[in-house]
Write a protein that binds this ligand. Structure first.
Ligand SMILES: [Zn+2]
Length: 206
C-alpha cells in the first residue's frame, strides 16, 4: 500500500515515509546515545526488532532487518515466513507473550507485567523465561556488533521500560559470550530518548 500517496491526497503538506526503527536510530545518532559514535548500531527491541546501522557516521539505508537474521536452526516460525529469526526470540512482544502464557493470564498489560517483574516472588515464576530471552537477545547484539565493527550498540524500543529488570542481565550475558577484544571495542548503551526516539527521528528525515 502506498501510504505516502494516500496521506498526500488528504493533506496539503509534504509527506515522507521511513521505517520506524530507522527513525529511532536517526534520533539517537543526532541527539542520543550514538551521538559520538563512528560505527554504531541501533536495535529497537519492541514489537519486532528495528535496525539502523551507521558506518563512518553515515546511516546505511540498505542495512536493515537485523530482526530477521536466523539465530536458531529449525527455530520458531517468524511473521516474515522464515524460521528461527532473531525477533521470534528476542522481541519484547515474544517475551511478554511467554510471560502471559506462563502466568496463564492473557489480560496482563505491559504495565502489569512490569509491576509483576518488580516483585521477587513473581519474577521467580518466570526466571527461566527471562534467562533464555536474555541469551537470545545477547546473541543478536553480539552478532551485529561484530559484523558492523561497532564502537556502540544502542538498545531502544519498549525494552527501555524494562531496563531495571533486563539491562544488567543483558550486560552480564554479553560479558559471558563476547571475547575480550569485542568487549573492549563495543559499548552497550540504552537509548537516551527512550521509546520516543522513533517520533523524534521522524522529524529529522526530510
Ligand atoms: Zn523473520
Amino acid at each position: 500500500m502506498n501510504i505516502e500517496k494516500i496521506i498526500k491526497e488528504k493533506i496539503d503538506k509534504p509527506v515522507y515515509l521511513k521505517n520506524d526503527g530507522m527513525c529511532a536510530g536517526i534520533a539517537e545518532k543526532e541527539y542520543g546515545s550514538l551521538k559520538d559514535s563512528y560505527n554504531g548500531v541501533f536495535l529497537g527491541i519492541g514489537t519486532g526488532i528495528g535496525t539502523a546501522v551507521f558506518i563512518h557516521g553515515k546511516l546505511m539505508e540498505d542495512i536493515r532487518s537485523a530482526g530477521h537474521m536466523i539465530i536458531e536452526r529449525n527455530g520458531r516460525k517468524c511473521n516474515c515466513g522464515k524460521n528461527g529469526c532473531y525477533e521470534a526470540y528476542a522481541s519484547m512482544k515474544v517475551l511478554k507473550t511467554q510471560i502471559r502464557n506462563r502466568l496463564k493470564n492473557e489480560e496482563l498489560s505491559s504495565k502489569d507485567i512490569l509491576n509483576l517483574l518488580q516483585n521477587s516472588d513473581e519474577i521467580s515464576k518466570v526466571e527461566d523465561i527471562l534467562e533464555e530471552y536474555i541469551e537470545y537477545l545477547a546473541i543478536g547484539i553480539s552478532n551485529m556488533a561484530r559484523i558492523c565493527s561497532s564502537d556502540t550498540v544502542c538498545i531502544g524500543g519498549s525494552f527501555v521500560y524494562y531496563k531495571d529488570i533486563l539491562f544488567d542481565r543483558l550486560l552480564c550475558e554479553l560479558g559471558r559470550i563476547m571475547i575480550p577484544m569485542e568487549k573492549e571495542k563495543t559499548k552497550i548503551k540504552l537509548a537516551t530518548l527512550g521509546n520516543d526516539a522513533g517520533i523524534i527521528g521522524a522529524t529529522l528525515i526530510y
